[in-house]
Design a protein around this ligand. Sequence first.
Ligand code: AMP
Ligand code: MG
Length: 369
Amino acid sequence: MKSVLRKFRKWILFCMVWGCFPLLLSGCGQSKAARFDSVDIAMGTVVVQQIYARQPLMQRPAGDGGGDIADRALARIRQLEQETLSRRIPGSELALLNAGAGGAPAPLSAKMEAILSDCMEVSEASGGAFDITIGKVVALWDIDAWAGSQMPADAQQLVNAQQPAYQLPDADALAEALASAGYGKLAVENRSVSIPEAMSLDLGAVGKGIALDELLGMLEEEQAAGAVISVGGSVLTYGEKPDKSPWRVGILNPADRAGNLGVLSLVGQWCVSTSGDYERYVEVDGIRYHHIIDPGTGYPAKSGLRSVTILAKDGFLSDALSTACFVLGREKGMELAGRFAVEALFVDEDGTIVMTEGMRAYFSPPDET
Ligand code: AMP
Ligand code: MG
C-alpha cells in the first residue's frame, strides 16, 4: 500500500492542492492568525491540514520538536501509528501484543488500556458488529494492499486492475480465523490484556479517529486558533476561522466520488467520520469486495448501505460508530447512534439519504451551500 501511495504521491498531492479533493471546503480568511496548510501521507492515508495559529506559538526552530504546527501535528500522528496503533510496524505496542497472543497477560500502556476498553464498550453496544479481534480475518483479506479512495478514482481503478494476482481468501481459512475471534474472549483488566492464541487485534476501524483525538489535544496545548484536519475519511474541526464563518466538511457521494452529497457546516470542535464501501476495495470477477467486514460472516458487510457518516465530539467514537453502523445497517445503526448520542447520516445502496434529526441542523445539499 505504501509503495502504491508513493507511486501516486505526486498525482494525489497535485489533485488535492488544486481543488479536486472535495472534503475540506473551508475558505481562506484574511486574519492576523497565520495559516498553515499541509498535504501529506501518514497512517497509510492522506492527511490534509489547515491550521490557524497565533504568534509566537506556531513556529519553533528546527530541532526543537521541529517545523511549524502542521509539521508537528503530522509527526504526532506518525508517532502514534509507529509506537501504538500499527499492526504491521514491528515494535508498536499493538504488534507486540499480537505477537504475545496465547502467552501470559501482557501489560498495557494507559493509552492502549483506554483504547481497548472503549473498543469493548462499542463491541458490546453493537452486539459484536464492531469487533477489533477480527485481525486474522482482516489479514486474510489483505485489506492493507487494496487501493484507497484517497487516490483519484481512475488511479484507484488502475491500481486495483493491476492486481490480477489477488486471490479471494479461502472459505475454510476464513471460518478458522473467525472462530479464533470474538471480543468476549478478550480480557482487559488491571492494566493488562490476555489475548487468546490465534487471535489478532486490528485497530484499523478506530486509528484515524484516535489520531483526531491526539491532534485535538495538541491544538489545545498549542492554543491554536482554529483548524480543519482530515485523516483519510475522518475530519476534525477546531476553534474558528479568522472570518468566523463555519467549517464546511463535504460528505462524498459514494456513487460519484468527484462530488459531494452535501456539506456539514460546523462551528468549533467536531469529529466527522465516514465508513463507505468505496473507500477501500478490490473487484474480482466483477464483484466488489470492500473493507468493512461483518464479524458474523467474515465477509464484507452487506447491510444495504453504501456509507455512514457520524458526527461526534470525539474522534474515537465517530470512527468506531461509523464502522459499527455500516455493519448494522440503517435501522439498527440509527438505534446505536442514539445510544451514544451522536448524529448519523446513512446512504443506502439506491442513493437514499437518511439522517438523524440532529444532523439536519448541520447538513445542506450541495446546491444550497
Ligand atoms: P473504517 O474505514 O473506519 O470503517 O474501518 C475499516 C477498517 O477496520 C478495515 O480496514 C479493517 O482494518 C477494520 N475492520 C473491518 N471491519 C471491522 C469490524 N466489523 N469491526 C472492527 N474493525 C473492522
Ligand atoms: Mg471507523
